[in-house]
Design a protein around this ligand. Structure first.
Ligand SMILES: [Zn+2]
Length: 348
């Protein structure tokens, strides 16, 4: 299914009950039709009305669980609840807290809601493996985020240092026709506010300090060699050129306007991250911060392919392909996603 539901109503229409959800699982696993894992018989299986999660081979009687290997394995929660959870955490809405989730879906126990979200989040751990920056420049900078404030007076405490790396893609002035509009009409408004760049793929990682010996391994692990890397004038980046990067450093000396000019994308990302951590989660403890960063990055990098994100957090995608730069660019030009493709905005 490539048409991702854009609204809550569309979603409800697509996945109203256990049977509809089971059917989606089946289609993902056997796009060409059921094949028995035991005897390799191809053809319609028996469908058990009282157990929609199970298919039975007509030839050998083997029973296949549709949820085996997914986050829904052996769960007592109805499949639509899981589907809703995956939808809510992967769409561009800023994810949700366990309490919101419990209330909105009428889950009896908070612990159940918490555990479900936790399982989905676990499927977002290490969401990326490939290095960014093969085709486009990468902005790199650090920021302090998070910090609980409760009971500790004004201001924010326990902040954690995070390094961020984001690709900067050119944005074509003329966007292609929108395939979802009648007779190939162009969309009236594509957002962007006149910016000529959009954010590409993102990486976020907590770090203990901003020393050179900390920052260099981060860049090496996440950014392709020979990539154009843009940073501020911080000495921690001084050696990137010798490591094989095309490094441009701008001495901004804390000047916000200069920073915004030289490293605009990563600062928009940092701003959204901050708002999300405070607004949705009301602060996050340093011990759990990396998990939340993974969730943020997961959603950010799939904002043009929400269905890929949806299937992969449920772990029903047999092989989740990480979109290539080229796909990304193409999609950024033609996507009619309700999210403005040139807005790297995740909150509000
Ligand atoms: Zn069989």
């Amino acid at each position: 299914m490539s048409n991702y539901p854009r609204t809550l109503l569309e979603f409800q229409h697509l996945f109203p009950d256990e049977v509809a959800c089971a059917h989606h699982l089946e289609r993902i696993r056997w796009p060409e039709g059921f094949e028995c894992p035991s005897c390799s018989q191809v053809g319609e299986p028996w469908r058990l009305q009282v157990r929609p999660r199970v298919l039975e081979c007509r030839q050998c009687g083997y029973q296949v669980s549709l949820t085996a290997g997914t986050v829904m394995h052996r769960t007592r929660q109805p499949l639509p609840i899981w589907f809703w959870a995956a939808y809510l955490v992967t769409t561009q809405t800023p994810g949700m807290s366990a309490l919101q989730f419990q209330r909105q879906l009428g889950i009896k126990r908070y612990e159940t809601a918490f555990l479900m979200l936790h399982k989905l989040r676990a499927a977002m751990v290490r969401p990326e493996r490939d290095r960014i920056g093969a085709e486009w420049p990468v902005e790199v900078d650090e920021t302090y985020v998070g910090g609980a404030t409760q009971g500790e007076g004004r201001g924010r405490h326990h902040k954690t240092l995070v390094v961020g790396m984001v690709e900067v893609l050119p944005r074509k002035k003329a966007l292609g026709p929108d395939p979802n509009l009648p007779s190939g009409q162009r969309p009236q408004h594509r957002g962007g506010h006149g910016r000529s760049f959009i954010a590409g793929r993102l990486r976020l990682q907590t770090i203990p300090n901003r020393k050179q010996e900390t920052l260099e391994p981060m860049v090496l692990a996440n950014v392709q060699k020979k990539a154009e890397v843009r940073t501020d004038g911080w000495t921690g980046y001084d050696n990137l050129h010798n490591l094989g990067y095309n490094h441009t450093a701008e001495p901004v000396r804390g000047d916000q306007a200069k920073t915004a000019q030289h490293l605009p994308m990563i600062h928009i990302v940092f701003g959204n991250l901050d708002a999300w951590l405070l607004g949705t989660h009301h602060g996050v403890s340093p011990a759990h911060l990396q998990g939340y960063l993974n969730e943020f990055v997961f959603r950010f990098n799939r904002r043009f392919w929400p269905m890929v994100g949806f299937d992969s957090v449920l772990k029903i995608a047999a092989q989740v392909e990480s979109p290539t730069n080229r796909d990304f660019y193409k999609s950024a030009q033609t996507s009619s996603n309700p999210v403005e493709p040139d807005e790297p905005v995740l909150t509000g």
